[in-house]
Design a binder for this molecule. Structure first.
Ligand code: ATP
Length: 238
């Protein structure tokens, strides 16, 4: 199996505040991987460092066998990495359709396929098709999350980084969003999910990592971590 993502000795900081020094892991092509950990453990920062939204302070990132060293965030998208950020970060004064279409901006290959990809997004989330002319700022939390995922899919990613999609969502909508991520993965997109909904995300994951205080302290299959007494005590209130 080939490697979709290889992270070695990753270091990141905000000014003088070092978040982590030495994070290493890999994700195989086609895998669904979840990173769990407490608030402030550094999960969002790992994703942002991989997708070039904050600078790499040390270590290296390879995607599909190619080093991302020196790549801008835009070039990282062109290398096949999509990012669904925490808080969704959509354009509230643009319509659902405009937000979706913006996901393929500046990507000639993705634009050629835009109509087909949009059909896939609407099949995944029929609610977005119904809301197409509506301003994004008027959508519900669940619809916004669907839109954020849909926009990322428009860049035709081979690897999707998804940050806390269940944040603020009712259980039924969380189920819809997680089901969609599973479907996207079945279509061949590798998924790296960061989540605080530990129970549901471990159920989905082929493999999962536990991040604590800037270090990966455990790695196992999702099913195994779901039954790990330390994980249960720390994250599952069992
Ligand atoms: P959460 O689940 O609460 O989002 P997380 O595991 O994703 O947490 P990060 O958001 O990556 O954690 O934050 C890791 C550390 O970096 C925290 O101590 C946080 O306070 C700090 N941090 C995050 N963003 C910034 C920033 N823009 N400036 C300064 N420090 C930051």
């Amino acid at each position: 199996m080939s490697t979709a993502l290889k992270v070695e000795g990753l270091a990141a900081s905000y000014g003088k505040i070092q978040v982590f020094w030495n994070i290493s892991f890999h994700v195989d092509e086609g895998e669904f991987v979840t990173i769990i950990g407490a608030n402030g453990a550094g999960k969002t920062t790992v994703l942002k460092t991989i997708s070039g939204l904050i600078p790499l302070r040390g270590g290296s990132v390879q995607a599909f066998g190619k080093s991302l060293k020196g790549f801008s965030a835009a070039k990282i998208v062109r290398a096949g990495l999509g990012h669904v950020p925490e808080g969704r970060q959509l354009f509230g004064l643009m319509t659902v359709l405009e937000n979706i279409e913006s996901g393929a901006d500046y990507l000639p290959e993705a634009r050629k396929e835009a109509a087909k990809t949009k059909d896939f997004v609407y099949k995944l989330f029929p609610r977005l098709a119904e809301r197409e002319p509506q301003l994004a700022g008027t959508l519900s939390g669940g619809e916004l999350q669907m839109l954020a995922i849909g926009r990322a899919l428009m860049s035709k990613p081979r690897l999707l980084l998804v940050d806390e999609p269940s944040l603020g969502l009712a259980p039924a909508l969380t189920k819809t969003v997680f089901g969609a991520l599973q479907q996207i993965n079945k279509e061949g997109v590798t998924v790296v999910l960061v989540e605080q909904n530990v129970q549901q995300s471990l159920k989905l994951a082929d493999r999962a990592f536990v991040l604590e205080n800037g270090e990966i302290i455990k790695e196992a299959s999702g099913a195994k971590l779901l039954h790990d007494p330390d994980v249960q005590a720390a994250y599952l209130s069992i």
